[in-house]
Ligand binder design. Structure first.
Ligand code: GCU
Length: 421
């Protein structure tokens, strides 16, 4: 009798608990996630339609209000100016195009898109779009690329002097952008220096486009207004606005890609803007793909302390309170469903929590399944250099350090061949 009552109590406790949170025991941590498929009012989400109508919107606004800040809906008067076209770039294999996107009529605010498109086809091409860290001129040694005149975080790195780029910065980040290979595989590449949108600095005096959205007299974002990641993600959508007008590009097959802080940005851009057909997060870590409730490697306090300008100010209220954040990052990935998504980690990049990055991608599969897509099949992360995923979610753990490498790109190209082409 007593044992029956005891079993009953245990069962009801278990049910209550299961409805509140899901607990997962993974080799190095135990964590509880907010349930992905239950609305805040407690309604179970059982179909893709339910997900899109209710839960997806709810999660999107939770991320906007608590993490990245709200993206303003105000439309700016965009104008595109083709600055330069060279049909015989990269030894004749590609056309290089540089396009300036103006955000204001006074032409004070703008970003420059650098594009390479393969020459061996007349058809609109699928394309990878990503922000870069070193200025457009850093992604390839091609002397036709305009050297950025913006402010950089780098002061004494090779090719940068006192926060400005010099001629010597040309091609310094070419290892992260294997343009020749991308072209050879039949894809285009478009890239923008992230500092065209907002300097990566907590000193807002360094510029940026945010003031275009300020109310009269405003000088700083209010607590739920966007941080730099939000601004950068907005810029990716404005690049998409241009790409939709370019007949050489297949705008229905654009992948958005980013490394590290720009991987967080790519995920947030892909989550908000369904025009991105494929989303790639390279070593994005905390505030990107990694499950924050694991508190492994970088944490909310650490990121908000070192980079107070990346997220909205509300995010700071979750310092040391990961478990109270109403979302976790598997839900960011789930927002991309049913579009293909790829998460990649590097074995020596423990700061970004490779296991947590994998687990996010795995948990997001719950939503992909609503669309009849398989997601990742195994909760245990794969071994080093063993890419996994056929069911619209891809993942690999590359051997080595925090970087975006040729190996990473090969996996993205292979996945795009299967999922996008
Ligand atoms: C730091 C930061 C990370 C970020 C990385 C990067 O390491 O802590 O969150 O991803 O910089 O952008 O390179």
């Amino acid at each position: 009798m007593i044992s029956k009552i005891f079993a009953g109590v245990l069962l009801s406790l278990a049910i209550t608990f299961a409805l509140k949170a899901q607990t997962f025991e993974i080799p190095d941590t135990t964590y509880q996630l907010p349930p992905l498929l239950k609305s805040q009012s407690g309604k179970a989400i059982l179909t893709a339609k339910d997900w899109e109508k209710n839960r997806r919107r709810e999660i999107l606004s939770l991320f906007a209000n608590n993490v990245y800040g709200k993206t303003p809906s105000k439309k700016l008067p965009l104008r595109f100016e083709v600055l330069e076209v060279s049909p015989s770039a990269l030894y004749g294999t590609a056309t290089r195009k540089q396009v300036r996107v103006y955000f204001s009529n006074d032409e004070k605010y703008y970003m420059d898109i650098l594009m390479y498109l393969p020459n061996n086809t007349d058809k609109p091409v699928p394309l990878f779009l990503g922000l870069n860290f070193g200025g457009n001129q850093a992604i390839n040694a091609d002397h036709g690329i305009l050297v950025s005149k913006r402010w950089f975080r780098y002061d004494k790195s090779k090719g940068y002097s006192n926060h400005y780029a010099t001629e010597a910065s040309r091609g310094t980040d070419a290892a992260a952008w294997p343009v020749e290979e991308i072209i050879k595989r039949g894809y285009g590449l478009a890239t923008v220096y992230y500092g065209d949108l907002q300097p990566d600095s907590s000193n807002s005096a360094n510029g940026g486009i945010a003031p275009l959205f300020y109310k009269k007299g405003q000088t700083m974002p209010v607590p739920d207004e966007w941080g730099a990641i939000g601004v950068w993600a907005w810029g990716l959508s404005r690049a998409m606005d241009y790409l939709q007008t370019d007949h050489a590009v297949n705008a229905k097959k654009i992948a958005v890609i980013g490394h590290s802080r720009l991987g967080k940005t790519a995920l947030w851009a892909g989550a908000q803007d369904k025009r991105f057909a494929f989303v790639i997060s390279n070593d994005s870590g905390e505030g990107g793909a990694a499950i924050t409730r694991r508190k492994y490697g970088e944490t909310i306090t650490k990121i908000n302390t070192a980079f107070p300008h990346w997220f909205c100010n509300n995010y700071k209220s979750y310092n040391d309170r990961e478990d109270e954040l109403p979302v976790d990052y598997h839900e960011l990935i789930a927002l991309i469903a049913p579009r293909p998504v790829y998460v990649a980690s590097a074995s020596e990049d423990q700061w970004a929590d490779p296991t947590g990055e994998y687990l996010s991608a795995w948990h997001a599969g719950e939503v992909y399944k609503l669309y009849g897509l398989a997601g990742l099949t195994n909760i245990t992360p794969p071994s080093i250099n063993t890419p996994v995923g056929n069911g619209s979610i891809g993942y690999h753990l590359r051997e080595g350090v925090h970087a975006m490498t040729y190996y990473d790109w090969q996996q993205y190209l292979n996945f795009a061949d299967r999922e996008l082409k």
